[in-house]
Design a protein around this ligand. Structure first.
Ligand code: HEC
Length: 341
């Protein structure tokens, strides 16, 4: 490609974005290896006696603790967030003497690392799993039981199903439990009374836990990585592809919108991106830190500026605002996704 003039500006962001995708691919390969490795060190679930023919552990224990029911929905103080390194974090509040469960949906052979802790008090717990296709009613496997204030380790699922923790608060004061998992986990969410029923009824167990926790509300099952490349990366490309100039054998070509109709499309793209920033603030996606919230607001501001400039049809300012949008995206990446530019 021969660039023939001082005015030539190819959309600079495309190349940077492709580099980002490449880096992300390498990172994904590393995660796959990491998910396989814990098998070497992890708990061998089949080696830890499988208890058959009992009432599911969750139901039984919750019956003791809560008069027969898991909470119908989120308890004040519950939160589901994503950690900067791609982990999933659930914080739940255990009422006085209450028992609750948080479960991960995993495929057979999938691995995860985990870490949980309370705000200080030792609680009764059982780390256990329930298969998607039980061989007997109430089929479950117990991996670890005891009384602790924290635990961490790695785990490999011996069967497809729900794997996670039951905790019981032995005190008269509320206890906060925070659990983080990372690796081959399809969802990680507290179990609510409706959720248990919905998960048991669901023909698609994979969607069970997350879909039931979000029933009738919103759904954050798509991983952030996918949302970034498929939704935000795509939306930004739609804007950037209408900016700058390209030079080829036949000369220099403007990429900017050519008529009112194309400017209108550009405006729609910018407004769509502005509106989509809300996705990053959903519980389950948001990181509760000022830097996250501020950079989401920065992207929204940039997108609204772009929309306003399409109405003025000012090419120079529109291109400049496109570069600022890239900066706004990166303001988050430098903090939460180092390596993505
Ligand atoms: C509030 C934070 C935040 C904002 C704002 C943000 N991103 Fe991201 N982005 C992330 C995080 C975190 C990742 C890493 C996700 C992962 O790999 O799990 C990421 C990753 C990416 C990736 C790599 C995806 C992949 O396949 O690995 C692309 C592309 C991307 N973002 C594009 C954008 C664009 C374009 C914008 C602006 C329009 C933007 N992002 C704004 C947080 C953000």
């Amino acid at each position: 490609m021969t660039a023939t003039g001082p005015e030539i500006v190819a959309p600079p962001t495309l190349r940077r974005l492709n580099t980002a995708v490449l880096i992300a691919t390498v990172a994904a390969a590393a995660i796959t290896v990491a998910a396989v490795l814990p098998a070497e060190y992890g708990v061998d679930p089949t080696g830890i006696g499988r208890v058959l023919g009992l009432t599911p552990m969750g139901e039984r224990r919750i019956a003791q603790a809560n008069g027969g029911k898991a909470p119908a929905g989120p308890v004040a103080g519950d939160a589901i967030t994503t950690t900067p390194d791609g982990g999933r974090r659930v914080r739940i509040v255990l009422g006085p003497y209450a028992g609750r469960e948080v479960k991960a949906v995993m495929k057979a052979g999938a691995g995860m690392t985990y870490r949980w802790s309370t705000d200080g008090v030792a609680v009764e717990f059982e780390f256990h799993g329930e298969p998607d296709t039980p061989t007997t009613p109430g089929d479950y496997s117990s991996y670890e039981k005891g009384t602790k204030a924290s635990a961490q380790g790695s785990f490999k699922a011996g069967f497809a199903g729900h794997h996670g923790w039951f905790w019981k608060n032995p005190t008269a004061k509320p206890v906060v439990v925070t659990a983080t998992v990372k690796g081959g986990v399809e969802s990680f969410a507290p179990i609510y009374a409706k959720g248990v029923a919905a998960a048991a009824d669901a023909a698609t167990p994979v969607a069970g836990a997350a879909a039931s926790a979000n029933a009738g509300r919103y759904n954050t099952d798509l991983p952030l990585k996918t949302v970034m490349s498929a939704v935000f990366g795509h939306a930004a490309q739609e804007i950037w592809k209408r900016q700058g100039y390209m030079s080829d054998a036949t000369g220099l070509h403007s990429l900017f919108p050519k008529d009112a109709e194309e400017w209108k499309l550009a405006e729609n793209d910018a407004l769509s991106l502005a509106e989509m920033t809300n996705i990053l603030l959903l519980p389950g996606r948001r990181v509760d830190e000022k830097a996250w919230i501020d950079s989401v607001a920065g992207v929204r501001r940039s997108a609204l500026t772009l929309a306003a400039l399409t109405r003025k049809q000012n090419k120079d300012a529109y291109l400049e605002a496109g570069l600022k949008l890239n900066d706004a995206c990166n303001a988050c990446h430098v903090q939460y996704a180092p390596g993505v530019e």
